[in-house]
Design a protein around this ligand. Structure first.
Ligand SMILES: Nc1ncnc2c1ncn2[C@@H]1O[C@H](COP(=O)(O)OP(=O)(O)OP(=O)(O)O)[C@@H](O)[C@H]1O
Ligand SMILES: [Mg+2]
Length: 251
């Protein structure tokens, strides 16, 4: 088991003075979220009044046809874009009530992103890629270094630390992206088709890694996937259609 060496200190609970103490244990709450794209090409209702909540430690898949709003919802939760209306709470914090600088800090510290195309920086090393969000968060250089190495070891790719990501296989690159997403011990990990660019076996390995993070280390994960088998292996699936929730089922 690749994660057998992952030590408990990689996943400590986070709390800050800003935290709104909420009796519920929701990592994420989405309320009446809508996103309308208006352009010369026309008006697209990408999300239409979507509400859901995700408990700490839940592993949720988001499924639905192409164009149903899956990436839109993830991008809004990750504060990469702003909604037309509605609210998103992460750790009880209304994220769009924050200023741009606070949003950037919150995103770097509380949200881990994993993308289909890895989005790694290829001109620098694997180790630096993993360290970067920690450096931005102001972690000391010793801490960021030792945490990065521990996570890379836990994910079985410490021997690649001085390589450039572009020279790694797809599965290895995605593990680097997972390592990077973990460095700041985020409240929530958002993964948009993380296995979409991988062959079946490698995709399953990456998925197993996310599942392990969820079950063994209680990470909260929201994963978009087109793969019905992977979706069924998560705790819960939210099915989007035409920007609305058609089904929300426990698996
Ligand atoms: N920047 C944009 N400008 C205009 N329309 C957009 C923009 N981004 C997304 N859309 C539209 O919003 C809708 C939802 O798109 P979204 O990318 O969320 O779909 P998706 O479910 O992730 O699809 P896929 O499975 O193909 O990745 C689509 O109709 C899309 O064309
Ligand atoms: Mg998408």
């Amino acid at each position: 088991m690749i994660l057998k060496n992952m030590t408990k200190d990689l996943v400590v609970e986070k709390s800050t003075q800003n935290e709104v103490v909420d009796a519920s244990s929701f990592a994420l709450k989405v309320e009446n979220l809508s996103k309308i794209y208006d352009s010369s090409a026309g008006r697209v209702v990408a999300l239409d009044n979507v509400s859901f909540a995700i408990k700490k430690g839940e592993f949720v898949s988001v499924v639905g046809p192409s164009g149903s709003g899956k990436s839109t919802v993830l991008n809004l939760v990750g504060a990469l874009d702003r909604p037309t209306s509605g609210k998103i709470y992460i750790d009880g914090i209304d994220i769009f009530s924050l200023g741009d600088a606070e949003i950037a800090t919150m995103r770097n510290g509380r949200i881990g992103f994993i993308f289909q195309s890895f989005n790694l920086i290829n001109r620098t090393t694997v180790l630096k890629n993993v360290k970067l969000p920690g450096i931005i968060a102001g972690m000391s250089s010793e801490e960021v270094n030792s945490r990065s190495i521990k996570i890379l070891e836990a994910l079985g790719i410490a021997d690649k630390k001085n390589q450039k990501p572009v020279n790694l296989s797809g599965g290895q690159q995605q593990r680097v992206a997972i390592a990077r997403s973990l460095i700041n011990n985020p409240t929530i990990i958002l993964a948009d088709e993380p296995t979409g660019n991988l062959d079946t076996k490698t995709g399953e390995d990456v998925f197993d890694m996310l599942k392990m993070l969820s079950h063994k280390f209680k990470r909260t994960i929201v994963m978009v996937t087109h793969n019905p088998e992977l979706a069924e292996s998560t705790d819960r699936s939210i099915l989007l259609r035409d920007g609305r929730i058609e089904k929300d089922v426990i698996n």
